[in-house]
Design a protein around this ligand. Sequence first.
Ligand SMILES: Nc1ncnc2c1ncn2[C@@H]1O[C@H](COP(=O)(O)OP(=O)(O)OP(=O)(O)O)[C@@H](O)[C@H]1O
Length: 558
Amino acid sequence: MSGATRTALWCAGLLLAAVVVAYPYYANGYYLALGISILYFTILATAWAMFSGPTRYISLATVAFFGIGAYTAAAFGETWPWPAVLLAAAAIGAVVAAITGLSTLRLSGIYFVIFSFGLAELIRQLVIWYEVNIHKSVGRYLFSAVTQDVLYWQLLGLTALLFLTGFLLGRSRYGLALRAIGADETAASHSGIDATRVKLAVFVISAVFMSVTGAVMAPRWTYIDPSIAFNPMISFQVVIMALLGGAGSLFGPVLGVVPLVLLFEVLTATLPNHFSIVLGAIFVIIVMLLPRGVIGLIGPTRRKAPVSEIATNAPARDQSGPLLRVDDVGKSFGGLRAVDQVSFEVTRGQIVGIIGPNGSGKTTLLNVLSGALVPSSGKVRLGGTMIGGLKPHLIARLGIARTFQLVRVMADLTVAENVAAAALFRGAATSGGETTGELLDLVGLGKMQDTPAGDLTYIDQKRLELARALALSPQLVLLDEWLAGLNPSELETGIALIAKLRDRGVTIIMVEHVMDAIRALCGHCIVMNAGSVIARGAPDAVLSDPTVITAYLGEADA
Ligand SMILES: Nc1ncnc2c1ncn2[C@@H]1O[C@H](COP(=O)(O)OP(=O)(O)OP(=O)(O)O)[C@@H](O)[C@H]1O
């Protein structure tokens, strides 16, 4: 962008800001009310999209927080200083969001939608109960000195604060973490991201803005009752506006708010009895015709995360003793003993192969080691630290990285962002010195940094999974049938890549059905059958063991 263009854009921006700030001076009462509606829906839709956009958790709880704010203002607005009322609304909204978020952000899909809707209804019913039984009146009057002009400016200030928060969040590691969670929560957790904490933090921030908006808006109504403050239509309108504009970008929701506020204005005047039907129809049309919203028509809106440098200088690791010790580990599913008293050790720099017939417990064992499953019995130690039963993100931060049997990339993120996401919360136990670019060069994806991961070929997705695992600067990499599904030439490339890692001293446990790879790469292998280890040793010796041949090689030798 040339200097002149930049100056012109700045001038246009300042002029627009002046026009917006001075709006109450030249707009009449009707247009000022319209401006207020646009602003408060802008805040609600943007705050909604801040959480629901990247995570895809469709929340219908907007009005719960909005109503909490409105009722806080109704309860304290006439007796407390106004800033204290706004702070109280923010605090109550934050506490309710934290409590409900902790209990619900484990839910996903339709369950979360239903819960969020139920939450709004529950809070509405609780408020009605309190008002009827304790306060002895369903509604409350709020006579405030706040004029429409001041209300407008408060909302404008809140909008500016929200955009600033959204901008900073998008550029912070939490922004990328949130998008990684939305793209693939399991892969994100195994990349060291504490999904629950990140989701909760952003859910609370979003709820605080909704609650303060409710408080700011309360004086507009003078009389507040639960049907006004907790009107479920607000939640639906906000979802529709955010989706129309585009929930994947900070400014997207505004593009949905402006036309829809104007349309709703016309509809409430002309079709008051059919408003809900029209709302439903608009929702269906948006989802079918504009899945990425209006902003999706304009062009790519993905905010680029800072991904270039991820190198860290962490303290050296304790090098004494085996890296991994697995003692009598078992895992049962009901009556099925999928892993039964398995014990082994892995020393640094070793590649250990785990083989066995289908259903013998190999993946279950890797899931226990990586924290996807809690062991039913036994101990797992990494460099002396007990890790059995820890959450996946903690185990990842301690230095165990993994790939998945069914390849998992964060499809919406670029190749570079996939790798950078794994380095966001890299723990002190890991050390490293490689940047995203260097890791991608290592796996052969150096030229594809900006490609969306979902556009990669199968083998390239596998390479990306490997680069993402290495981005944790892991002490140990678990490969779950990483070579499965590759054609012969890809297989050769894949084996060469793992050999390259071995030569760099990376410690690996690989579950594999491709025996050529086991022979070529592993110094030691373990054979499982029906959950137990039936043989262990050098690949050639193990693969000629009659017990192993009977149990496994009779099936297929890739
Ligand atoms: N979450 C689960 N719930 C119930 N049973 C499970 C679960 N995960 C695995 N199992 C069962 O545990 C046994 C071991 O499965 P696992 O996937 O670990 O085997 P595997 O050796 O990795 O097989 P494959 O080579 O086909 O991937 C199987 O009988 C499987 O059906």
